[in-house]
Design a binder for this molecule. Structure first.
Ligand code: ZN
Length: 195
């Protein structure tokens, strides 16, 4: 899929939101990309998953691992397109990302880490850490959107389908906070795992 096609798709479904947001990374921004609004349409999810799979097929991943919740659907679709399993990490009761539900990696298993949006790439970095602690080999990372302004640094080959440079700020430097409005938290980072 071309960059323009992806951007048009996001805009058509209303996934590009304007307001005052606290992103999962903790940064504040006037723009939030709600990928769930694209991924709620299975044909679009399938199309994006196939596009990501095509970027990384040469690396022969044997499993896709995604951070919950945002990465689960796109990871599943990438796994489908690659013909491999798709599992996810989620926060445990201490707030650490972990493989739960009996998910396991085989020693040296080649893993593609997939998520929806990179702002700082923090969730993907944590996921790569879990993959490595679990004996897997993270061969690459992919996302639908990179909004890090090229700053994401993951120590593995990393590519997003769409680079979308939109400003984000530390809370202390946020112009909208200074103007006195309260940031909304649309992400899932603040949800905690139930026992
Ligand atoms: Zn703010």
């Amino acid at each position: 899929m071309k960059r323009e096609e992806i951007l048009k798709l996001l805009e058509d479904v209303g996934a590009v939101r304007q307001g005052h947001f606290e992103l999962s990374s903790g940064l504040h921004s006037a723009t939030y990309i709600q990928c769930a609004l694209v991924l709620q349409h299975p044909p679009f999810a399938e199309q994006l998953g196939r596009a990501l799979a095509d970027e990384f097929r040469d690396l022969k991943p044997a499993c896709v691992v995604s951070p919950a919740l945002g990465g689960v659907i796109i990871g599943h679709e990438a796994g489908r397109a690659l013909g491999v399993r798709a599992i996810f990490v989620e926060r445990d009761r201490s707030g650490q990302m972990a493989l739960r539900r009996g998910f396991e990696l085989n020693p040296g298993e080649r893993v593609l880490v997939v998520e929806d949006v990179w702002t700082t790439g923090g969730s993907t970095r944590e996921t790569i850490g879990v993959v490595e602690q679990s004996g897997g080999l993270a061969v690459a990372a992919g996302a639908i959107i990179d909004r890090s302004n090229g700053k994401v640094d993951l120590n593995v080959p990393a590519r997003a389908l769409l680079d979308l440079s939109v400003p984000s700020y530390e809370a202390g430097d946020c112009p909208q906070c200074r103007a006195g409005t309260i940031a909304q938290r649309p992400g899932s980072r603040h949800l905690r795992a139930t026992p």
